[in-house]
Design a binder for this molecule. Structure first.
Ligand SMILES: *Cc1c(COP(=O)(O)O)cnc(C)c1O
Length: 354
């Protein structure tokens, strides 16, 4: 069985097996991780280890905090605006698909939102090139979505934005490739796409951005308060943090971000080549902006799409249906998807078309 879901999504088998073996008794404590007080030494050692491993994976500079929070990336569309628009109420947003559109709609409740560039008119099939951006140059931050999970569009370059912190929703490509965090003011990601299970939202934020929250910001969602309190203002999503910790270890053991980036590139290239070389399928996304993790494509004959999905499913290739807003087929190839899964999908696509 290969699960191509966009999230919650496939997890590494080794991680699930370790979680299973430790389910009833973590490290001789006689407790499941789920049963530990979040203030206990045992849980704190788990959280600290996850923290340290993530710092190492990202080669994180000292002036960045890692916050383990809740609310989901969708929640943080509002929360980041509350946390960052307390002094200057203006923000720049790049609109590249379903999720950045949602981020814009939420932020509008808290400040003046300037849409710097949008690919909406062409159905979110590309990332607008920077020469066409209309930056305000006076915003509190500039927001982008590094990978549009529903649309299959991804940033493969870093915009140059002088003096204004860049904020990125990295939910669906976090730890799927190398990233230079020092280029960003803040990154955030829900865990359940590529780095764990639902419940945990990871926020990575530079310390100079921690003092500009709006007064209405709830304490438990105040980045500055959480940073001061090691994310323990209230109960953290303890089990989700434990699972993400196992995944950070798994990625390190694989060889780190360089290695997963190379593996993910290989998987994506194989699938895009299969789509482009077969007259029965097409991918509407501009070649240079295609996502390496959420591969969205269509059958030229739409009327057989449901047959395609049913037959794939009967062969154990599951959850290939595209996002509701977009339709078509979507194969999510996160870190846990082995190359053998992609090969099985490609074989099926060839058999289906002949
Ligand atoms: C899934 C997703 C979200 C929403 O995540 P939730 O955990 O459901 O809030 C936001 N942004 C991107 C890019 C996503 O892929």
């Amino acid at each position: 069985m290969y699960n191509f879901a966009s999230g919650p999504a496939m997890l590494p088998k080794e991680v699930l097996q370790q979680a299973q073996s430790e389910m009833l008794d973590w490290n001789g404590t006689g407790m499941s991780v789920m049963e530990m007080p979040f203030t206990s030494d045992e849980f704190q050692s788990i959280a600290t280890q996850a923290h340290t491993d993530l710092r190492l994976l990202l080669d994180l500079p000292d002036n960045y905090h890692i916050l383990f929070m809740q609310g989901g990336a969708y929640g943080h569309f509002s929360l980041l605006a509350m946390n960052l628009l307390g002094k200057n109420k203006q923000a720049d947003y790049i609109q590249t698909g379903h999720w950045s559109s949602r981020a814009i709609n939420e932020a509008r409740r808290y400040g003046d939102i300037n849409i710097v560039a949008s690919s909406e008119e062409s159905g979110f099939d590309h990332i607008p090139e920077q020469s066409k951006w209309n930056l305000s140059n006076k915003a509190a931050y500039c927001h982008l979505t590094s990978n549009e999970t529903a649309d299959g569009v991804q940033f493969h370059w870093l915009p140059e934005i002088d003096g204004i912190p860049l904020i990125a929703d990295v939910t669906s490509d976090f730890l799927t490739r190398k990233i230079d965090v020092s280029e960003y003011g803040m990154l955030y990601a829900s865990a359940q796409k590529n780095v764990g299970v639902a419940g945990l939202t990871i926020v990575i934020i530079r310390d100079d951005l921690l003092d500009q929250s709006m007064k209405i910001t709830p304490t438990v969602f105040n980045y500055g308060e959480q940073a001061k309190n090691y994310s323990r203002v209230n109960t953290l999503p303890t089990y989700s943090i434990y699972i993400s910790g196992l995944i950070f270890r798994w990625i390190s053991d694989l060889g780190g971000l360089d290695k997963v980036q190379a593996l993910n590139k290989e998987k994506a290239e194989a699938l895009y080549t299969a789509i482009d070389n077969n007259g029965q399928y097409y991918c509407a996304v501009n070649k240079t902006d295609r996502s390496t993790v959420n591969i969205c494509f269509n059958l030229k004959n739409q009327s057989i799409e449901s047959t395609f999905l049913e037959e794939a499913s009967s062969l154990g290739l599951i959850n290939l249906k595209g996002h509701g807003a977009r339709g078509g087929i979507r194969a999510s190839l996160y870190n846990a998807m082995p190359k053998s899964g992609v090969d099985a999908l490609i074989n099926f696509m060839q058999d289906f078309s002949s």
